[in-house]
Ligand binder design. Structure first.
Ligand code: ZN
Ligand code: ZN
Length: 445
């Protein structure tokens, strides 16, 4: 009887049914989220077993559509006599503490004479609660590997663990409601982390250059991801931006070159400069209806993009054949190797950096009606020739960068508003009567 009940519970746990409204996964083939009618059927699989000092990873896969996401999990320490009987971690002694101004609480000020590499911070000192990990408390400690912060701690101050290069795992209780800037910057061994579910802001440079960070859970209490928060996290493959987030700061995910797919969820209104610059592996980009402001450079150097989609009811932007377009301004903000520039007049300008680093872009047609091409628009692409129609009256600086591109121009000479340095190779430019089409291909006469 007991056994049956037990297996029923296990079954219930391992076969979660989640409505599409709570969909954590980015792409669902069979979902119909507008009416919430469709359900995902998530099955769990332990990818990495959790211990009490190092997190494990459980993979959730929908048995209907194959959608999947990962969840970071932990076991509890088993403490007897100030020591965990499973992992041998000690409730740390000899740490340095600092008393608060009101004399009622303590914060951890430093590692003091504690020389363990796997430590559990105590909940009290001198019979008073420990409520904070002070700024720089553990910074530059190169031997600390695992740390458990106890329930009751409310804040982790700026730079608290900066440059803890051996730190693999850190447990943060949900009592923590604020984590300061750069708290985990350059923790180059940190593999994954669950942020507590009360924090409102992922502060600037929080995880900058955490080279080993593959998986991070951002709770849906977060509204702002500040600048450079995940800058240079080049192992980060798994990140779900919750729909509580409204703003993604400048360079927030700059250089996250293991990110494969990205969904900007409903709720986000602004994406700042360079937010996803140089996400070299990013192939699929999906932008929700709520996004109102995307900086020119947000997706610069994302050279693997093959698909760009904007939700239908976005009032500022739309997508067409894998082009991200500012609807009112008629500017093509970002394209990719699979883009076709629309010929219906919905685009009049190709924005600065629009196709920068599209290494697999070998040809593109600039439709008649395009009036301007912004600086660096095709820099780093693989174009080797282009036809520029008469309608193009404005061209910015170095649109091909240093690539050799043969430019066949319908204009008979350089229009006034083409930058003097629009191309590096004026000898590869043919004007009006200097070229003609032969079997549809432009050739020099
Ligand atoms: Zn599904
Ligand atoms: Zn333990």
């Amino acid at each position: 009887m007991k056994k049956t009940l037990f297996s029923t519970i296990i079954l219930a746990i391992s076969f979660l049914i989640v409505s599409c409204g709570n969909n954590q996964a980015a792409f669902s083939e069979h979902s119909n989220s507008s009416n919430g009618a469709c359900m995902h059927y998530y099955k769990t699989n332990v990818n990495k077993k959790a211990t009490c000092f190092q997190s494990g990873v459980t993979l959730y896969t929908c048995s209907k559509c194959g959608d999947s996401y990962e969840k970071i999990v932990w076991e509890e320490h088993k403490i007897t006599d100030n020591k965990c009987s499973v992992c041998d971690a000690l409730i740390a002694e000899n740490l340095e503490f600092e008393i608060s101004d009101d004399g009622k609480t303590y914060s951890v000020a430093g590692i003091g004479k504690c020389n363990s590499t796997n430590i559990i911070i105590p909940t009290e000192y001198n019979n008073m609660p420990i409520v904070s990990i002070g700024s720089n408390a553990f910074s530059k400690n190169e031997s600390l590997q695992y740390i458990t912060i106890p329930d009751g701690v409310k804040s982790i101050q700026g730079e608290a663990f900066q440059n803890c290069t051996s730190l693999i795992g850190i447990r943060i209780p949900n009592s923590v409601s604020s984590i300061g800037s750069r708290a985990f910057r350059r923790c180059s061994s940190l593999t994954n982390i669950v942020l507590p579910d009360k924090i409102k802001t992922v502060k600037s440079e929080l995880f900058e250059n955490c080279d080993s960070l593959t998986n991070v859970t951002i709770p849906n209490s977060v509204t702002i991801i500040e600048h450079s928060a995940f800058d240079g996290c080049n192992s980060l493959t798994n990140v779900t931006i919750p729909n509580s987030v409204t703003s993604i700061g400048a360079g927030a995910f700059d250089g996250c070159d293991s990110l494969l797919r990205l969904t900007i969820p409903e709720g986000v209104t602004s994406i700042e400069a360079n937010a996803f610059r140089q996400c070299d592996s990013l192939t699929h980009l999906s932008i929700s209806a709520s996004v109102k402001s995307i900086a020119d450079t947000s997706f610069n150097y994302c050279d693997s993009l093959i698909s760009i989609e904007v939700a239908d009811n976005n009032s500022t932007y739309h997508s067409y054949q894998n082009c991200l377009i500012d609807t009112k301004k008629k500017i093509l903000i970002r394209g990719c190797q699979n883009s076709t520039i629309p010929t219906d007049g919905s685009v009049t300008s190709i924005g600065a950096f629009a196709f920068t680093d599209c290494k697999n872009l070998y040809q593109i047609t600039i439709p008649d009606g395009i009036t301007s091409i912004g600086a660096y628009a095709f820099n780093g692409s693989s174009l080797n020739q282009i036809v520029i129609p008469n309608s193009v009256t404005t061209i910015g600086y170095e649109i091909f960068g240093t690539n050799i591109v043969y430019a066949y121009c319908e204009a008979t000479s350089k229009p006034d508003n083409w930058d003097s340095y629009w191309t590096w190779f004026p000898d590869k430019v043919y004007w009006g009567s200097e070229w003609e089409y032969v079997d549809g291909v432009p050739v020099k006469k």
